[in-house]
Design a protein around this ligand. Structure first.
Ligand code: UDP
Length: 326
């Protein structure tokens, strides 16, 4: 059955991959984006409405003009370090903006939402693998803003019957096989794109933040998950909501952690380039380790990551970064 999906933040990295995935499954896509960090060129699978989710009147017009079966919500400021320096911007965009969107959805009787959440809701993990029952204690405003929305969604489920799935991404990476879209942040703060830009000679010299963490080599450990696997999970979540009322949460990762130095070694291997770097102090807000237990997503959503291999994820990102289209 074809659905019409409003993809808020569909000009951004994960949102544009999800839009491609939805269109590939036969759904109709409309993207809403303020283009503050997204790219017009990344909107290729549906029309673009240029609007900000904090603009109540604009959202009313959007929902009055068309009937949407569901919303996917990717609009967010999403950088841990920036959130430590500019917390108000994070609460304004990620919390207040989402509230405006939820109210507009309610007025228009749109009752299904797939929401981009994050591993940053957990804070410092108490066990090696983080499942959905792990306590949530974010250590940065970014994670706190996403956790607040998860709470709003739980309250909206019981008060208004909103159906939602919050997908807690671990570290998104990679690009579509054809490299027609990919990761393009300005400024770029993420490890894999920064390492690949440095390898391509197009970025700043690579800086690594902290070698005194309580991990196997002193650098932070993360669970890198391919952006197309995340996109596929959104489609599965949409289908899940057709038969499951309530507010649901799933952790999305491969269940294997790689240290910053292991990522650097893999980037050297994939690119065949030397990769000089220098050490900097720890970056504020970074937990030492974040690795997902995603059994629940596998069981309930039927989600199976297809690109679990780190070198393969980096190779797909390298195809994009060697020749980015925007
Ligand atoms: N990192 C780094 N140099 C960079 C970017 C990131 O050393 O240029 C480190 C960062 O401190 C963290 C890990 O790489 O330990 C992953 O950071 P990223 O920003 O990619 O994702 P996050 O886990 O913050 O979502």
């Amino acid at each position: 059955m074809t659905h019409h999906i409003l993809v808020c933040g569909g000009a951004g990295y994960i949102g544009s991959h999800a839009a491609r995935w939805l269109a590939g499954a036969g759904h109709r896509v409309t993207v809403l984006d303020n283009l503050s960090t997204g790219h017009r060129e990344a909107v290729r699978w549906g029309e673009l409405i240029e609007a900000d989710i904090r603009d109540r009147e604009a959202l009313r017009r959007v929902f009055a003009a068309q009937r949407y079966d569901a919303v996917m919500h990717f609009c967010a400021l999403s950088l841990v370090g920036e959130s430590m320096a500019r917390p108000y911007a994070y609460y304004d965009n990620n919390v207040a903006g989402t509230l405006v969107l939820l109210e507009a959805m309610r007025e228009a009787a749109v009752e299904r939402l797939v929401f981009s959440s994050t591993a940053a809701v957990f804070g410092v993990p108490q066990q090696p693998l983080i499942d959905e029952d792990h306590p949530t204690a974010p250590i940065n405003p970014y994670g706190a803003s996403k956790l607040m929305v998860e709470r709003m969604l739980a309250d909206a489920a019981s008060a208004y019957g909103l159906r939602s799935v919050a997908l807690r991404y671990f570290n998104a990476a990679g690009a579509t096989p054809s490299a027609e879209i990919g990761e393009a942040h300005q400024p770029e703060t993420h490890l894999i794109p920064n390492a690949l830009r440095a390898a391509a000679g197009s970025g700043d010299p690579l800086r690594l933040f902290g070698n005194d963490y309580p991990t196997r080599d002193g650098t932070c450990v993360r669970d890198y998950v391919h952006v197309d696997d995340l996109a596929a999970a959104h489609l599965a979540a949409l289908e899940y909501l057709a038969v499951h009322p309530g507010a649901h949460r799933f952790n999305l990762g491969n269940g294997e952690g790689f240290s910053v130095l292991e990522v650097i070694a893999a980037v050297r291997e994939v690119t065949g380039r030397d990769l000089p770097f220098h050490w900097e102090p720890r970056r504020a807000g970074d937990p030492p380790t974040l690795v997902a237990a995603s059994a629940r997503a596998r069981q309930e959503l039927g989600w199976t990551p297809r690109h679990a291999d780190l070198a393969g994820i980096i190779a797909s990102a390298w195809r994009w970064h060697a020749q980015p289209r925007f």
